[in-house]
Design a binder for this molecule. Sequence first.
Ligand code: CA
Length: 314
Amino acid sequence: MNSIRSRQIQTASRSDVGRVRSANQDVCGEFENAEGYRLLVVADGMGGHRGGETASRLALETIGSAFDRDFGSAETLLGRAFRAANDEIHRVGASDPSLHGMGTTGVAILIGPSDEGWVAHVGDSRAYRLRDGRLDQITEDHSWVFEEVRQGRITAEEASGHPMKNVLLRSIGVGSDVDVSVSAIDLRSGDCFLLCSDGLWGELDDPVIAEVLAREPPSSAAGELVDLANAHGGRDNVTVVVAAVVGADEAPAIAMGIDGPTEIPDSSRLDSQSGASAPHAQSDSPDQRSIWTPPVVIAATLITAMALFWRLCA
Ligand code: CA
């Protein structure tokens, strides 16, 4: 197995307001610590114009700060960092009525100094891996439609046009606690990882994403993916972080390696979801994404099961 050092990971990022929204509520960033670990993060805020921007920014800053502060096992670190972000966003949201109910998605990849990696996420921002020309989504969306597809009740095609496609089952900051999905990933030379908000995967089919990642180095792939999403409509903010695992004899890392949050110029921040700010069902025009708490999920699941039972009996 080939050994991979963190300096052999090329990264690049881009975040854009899109063609419809007036503000960008997505953020992304990269952090590196003294041990050579690198952490890549994308967050997509929601909960009104100011709330969404605040939530994703707080998530990025808090996760980055936790990464700097202490380092136990990678899994523990990621879970702790996301929960710290949840606590901070929830605390700020509770103290300011204008920010009440704000939340954000979050997806992160942690890359160690040897051939080791981990992915953590909450919500529907995604991580993909391109390996040997094949693109695989390596996170499972915490969304109502994704769960329905997983349970076999609807198809992936039905999910893309489903009226409840914007309902999230988990988010950072809306509730007092958060369940974070963390798993180990293996890294091989030639792999390319992509973190992105739904503004990318909602506009582009997987083969298009795969073709760009396979053809271009991260520095140009990031920009091309965002440009393509905008060309397909750009209905949401779009944010991508691309990380390519290259061999020792290949070009040195380009990109955005910095210590601390990447300050993305104005057009890059957060997806603008203006709209209601009800505690657990803020909807954002035009994507009208909402977050469901467990009681709502249970009620909806029961209703769905009853409807299915009725259809079978009819
Ligand atoms: Ca979004």
